[in-house]
Design a protein around this ligand. Sequence first.
Ligand code: FAD
Length: 464
Amino acid sequence: MQSANHKFEDLASSLNGNLILPSDAAYNQARQVWNGRIDKHPAVIVRCADAQDVIYTVRWALSKGLKLSVRGGGNDFAGRSLCDDGVVVDCSQMTAVSIDPQMCTARAQGGATIAHLIDAAHKYGLVTATGVMSGVGLGGLTLGGGYGPLLGKLGLVADNLLSAQVVTASGELLTASETEHPELYWGLRGGGGNFGVVVSLEYRLYPISEVLSGSLLYTLDQAGTFLQLFSEFLKTAPDELTIPGGIIQMPDGTPMLLLAPTYCGPLDDGEKVLGSLRKLAKPQVDQIQPVAYNALIRVFDALSPTGLRRSVQTQSLDTLRIETIEILIEQARQFSSPFSALLFHNFHGAASRVPVSSTAFGLRQDHLMVEIIGTWEKQSEDEDQMHAQWVYKTSHALAPYSLPGGYVNLLDETEQARIPLAFGPNYQRLVELKRTYDADDVFNSTIGHVSPGFVNHEVESMGV
Ligand SMILES: Cc1cc2nc3c(=O)[nH]c(=O)nc-3n(C[C@H](O)[C@H](O)[C@H](O)COP(=O)(O)OP(=O)(O)OC[C@H]3O[C@@H](n4cnc5c(N)ncnc54)[C@H](O)[C@@H]3O)c2cc1C
């Protein structure tokens, strides 16, 4: 092992951060990610402390001909932040956030999470668009788009990115913004982690200190009729109201429909709008109240602990038809594990009004992005197959009613054929951008590996 470690001495001696090798006690923990099914063995995990470390690590890895992957918050379910036998550029220690309250902007290092950003902004009564849960990395979230509870008013997380500092495949540090490397800036907003290591992200902030939010729960028996009315309700919902939700399971295993509305305008107006929602059907549980945004991002954290085994698919629905409602309810009755869930993200308002060519994000029309999440504890290989099969069956059943593509952040390596569809009219422009900034496909790519006619073997072999 000594000679193996020797290979990394020059790298280690140049870092402000540190590196972790397979022989180190910290190695097994350092290679864990959110999805407990991921079991990759990098040659080295470089815990970068700053942009300089990132530059040095990228150059070093390329000079040795080693593969690279980039880790932010470690939440990607497909484990793209790790690579077998390669170098992990681990940004997870780079979490500093600075706020400019006068300019209403925030700058976060590339490994910061939603919690780091929102907690820092909260001190000034400011927020920005984020995802639903506090521990998700801003890097992956922003680069892939970023659905969240303020989406109707503020757009995607990526829509609020003002600039980014990026270490490219040539080891150069660039700033991408409207005025500097504008094409790269375009691609970073929804194009995924394809163009470099983002060492800092600058966001626009807004003066919102409190929102009206919480949970409404309905029985599955109510859900059939209610979801049809809800689908109509969403068509006229104001920008201030965004309603993520899904079908989750209670501790006793009963599946229930959850709506988690967030209203970010004047609270009195929110009460009125939510009053109309409540009139559609009486929820079994109604826990909506004014809440600080930094508390809201933590409400659902416990539902999604790190380390359980996962399989995930997405389908985007333009509306909830009777057929799709029936599929969702039927598949919820067949949850293969007590931890599995069907979640949906409400895309509308400001996010839908951004012209599709303005950023790389490929789907700019109102929709519900349905996340089909199989979650279980390891029992056996057969067990893995059974839960994954529930996910694929559900996805397959929804597919005929879905918009093309899927959410780039939640596509896996078996879904290459969906990638051009997910980027839609922006795909060719992204391929060009990839040629300009990363022709050798150094960075964990959702674009570079597409081959026409790719067949989804995993789904086929499961007979769904
Ligand atoms: C519990 C949970 C809740 C979620 N909630 C939401 C949600 O509300 N809305 C939503 O849209 N999505 C949500 N997601 C999905 C999430 O957007 C993706 O999993 C995203 O990739 C997570 O980013 P990360 O930095 O934590 O991931 P990682 O696994 O660290 O990174 C994933 C990939 O992102 C890229 N990347 C990450 N950081 C950088 C960087 N600094 N520079 C360059 N590339 C980078 C790399 O390609 C990397 O391989 C959720 C996921 C989980 C597990």
